[in-house]
Each structure stands twice: as structure tokens, then as C-alpha cells.
Write a protein that binds this ligand. Sequence first.
Ligand code: C2E
Ligand code: MG
Ligand code: MG
Ligand code: MG
Length: 282
Amino acid sequence: QAKGNGRNGLRFFDPAMDAEVARRAALEHDLRSAIEHHQLELHYQAQVNGRGDTVGAEALVRWSHPARGRVSPAEFIPIAEESGLILPLGAWVLDEACRQLATWAAHPQLQRITVAVNISARQIQQEDFVQQVRTVVRRHGIEPRRLKLELTESVLISDIQGIADKMVALQLDGIRFALDDFGTGFSSLSYLKRLPLDQLKIDSSFVRDILIDPSDKAIARMVISLGHSLELEVIAEGVETEAQSSMLASLGCHRYQGYLYGKACAAPAFEALALGAAAAPA
Ligand code: C2E
Ligand code: MG
Ligand code: MG
Ligand code: MG
């Protein structure tokens, strides 16, 4: 059995590599059971406007492994994508996010909150994706315009027309689309005019050093001005300091998301935050 595919033959015998392969296999196995037994959880991270009001939430999946503790989505989402588990996982996330959205929609002060859900390439590539989304929206009776689907440029590497058609169908229902991690992929900018997008998300890698790195600032400025010209809302991810936020505001950014406004947290804590109650720090 092949234990690795590093170009360096020595890696074949690297015990760290063995451990890595074994960990992935174990995680895949455990993730399958976590999905079946509903052991995943959704957390919500605030998205705020220029006045600091919470106008939306991004749903982020959380997995507490019974033995390993919290496993980061940055680790298990790629495993889910490669194994196909992203399909049941993604279906659960969408359903749970819409269920939550329905309860907020019934709350006098939270009814205008939008919920953003991350969608992997393999999910939107499914032939019946549009139908799946419509079924979930109908099941929970939510207003489609409160739901935002976040895609990354990686969904665009194949069959861009097929993806665009699905997006148009859902957009006609009222559902909105954000382009996540914008600027980190390899696609050409021409797809921006072919896709019915509502929002560009400036990747956190451009926000982190925006005060000290002129290239990061130039990229953020470019994304924001592109957003203005194409009439797309621009949201910055990974905003951790007031200084980053003011810099982005001076460049014309519309929305902000990051630890400055709150980490992703379970729905009750998010509600406390959104209602302006003094939420205890986690
Ligand atoms: P993403 O969609 O770009 O989500 C933003 C990530 O940045 C989240 O990490 C969030 O917790 C983190 N973050 C937010 N604000 C800050 C900040 O101020 N500083 C720093 N250092 N980080 C911040 P998380 O939750 O670990 O998720 C990582 C990635 O995993 C997500 O990136 C997304 O690509 C994927 N993911 C998470 N949940 C789902 C899901 O339900 N479905 C799919 N397909 N992917 C998901
Ligand atoms: Mg996202
Ligand atoms: Mg992102
Ligand atoms: Mg990301």
C-alpha cells in the first residue's frame, strides 16, 4: 500500500508521514460517524455594517471529537471534500442554518439578519443542487433573500456555465451569493461579469498586514473599488483591530467580519451579541 506520494523517495519511510496518513483516515472514519450521529454544531460569526450593527452571520461548522477535542474545519473540511462526506455534511449545514434563520426571522429584533453558508465545489456541482436548496428554504419557510451562499473561486475551475446557471436560478428566487476568499484563487476576473454575485469577501490574508504592507493595502483598495464599480457589496474578513477597520472604512468597505466584532459562537451567544447585550467573552 502506498504510504505517500512525495517526490522524495525517502518520504516513503517517513514516520511522520505515516502518522499523517493514519490521522486523516481516522478523522474521515470518525467524521462519517459524527455526521450520522449529529455531533456537528454550527457557530455564527457576526457581520457588521459601518455603524457596527450586526447585519448578518456566517455559519461555521464545528466538530468536537469525543477523544481529540475540537478539530478545525481547516483540517476536516478538506477531508470531507476529498471523501465525498461534504455532501451529507453540507446538506446538514444548510438545513441547520436555515432552521436557525427561521427562528431569527420570527424575532422582532433579529428578523433582518442574513445568514451566510459556505458551499463547497462538490455541493454546487450536484445536478440537483438548486432543488436541494429550494426544498430546504421551503421546509423552513425562510425568506430566500436572508440566505447567502458563499462560494470560493475553486468552484469555478470546471463548468463555469453550469455553475452560473444554477446561481442564476437561485438568484431569481432571491438567494444571494458571496465570493469568499476573494483574490486568493487563480481564476480570471472575467468570471465576475458572468456570475450573479452580491458580495465580494476580501480575504483575511490581505487584511492582516493592511497597515504595514503597501501591497495588501493596494489589493484591498482594488477589491473595494471593483466592488463599487460592479455594484457588489464588499466585506472584509479577519478584521481584528480598530486600526484595520478604520483603514478599510477609509477605502470604502461596506461590511466587516472578524474577532474585533466577535468570534463564531453558538446561536444563543450570537443572539446576545447581536442584541447588544454585554456578551461575556468566551
Ligand atoms: P471561511 O469561510 O473563509 O471562514 C472564515 C474563517 O476565518 C473561519 O475559520 C473564522 O473562524 C476565521 N476568522 C474569522 N474572523 C477571524 C479573525 O479575526 N482572525 C482570524 N485569525 N480568523 C478569523 P473556521 O471556522 O476555522 O473555518 C475555516 C474554513 O473552513 C472556512 O473559511 C471555510 O472555508 C471552511 N468551512 C467552515 N465551515 C464550513 C461549512 O459549513 N461548509 C464548508 N463547505 N466549509 C466550511
Ligand atoms: Mg466563508
Ligand atoms: Mg473566507
Ligand atoms: Mg477561508
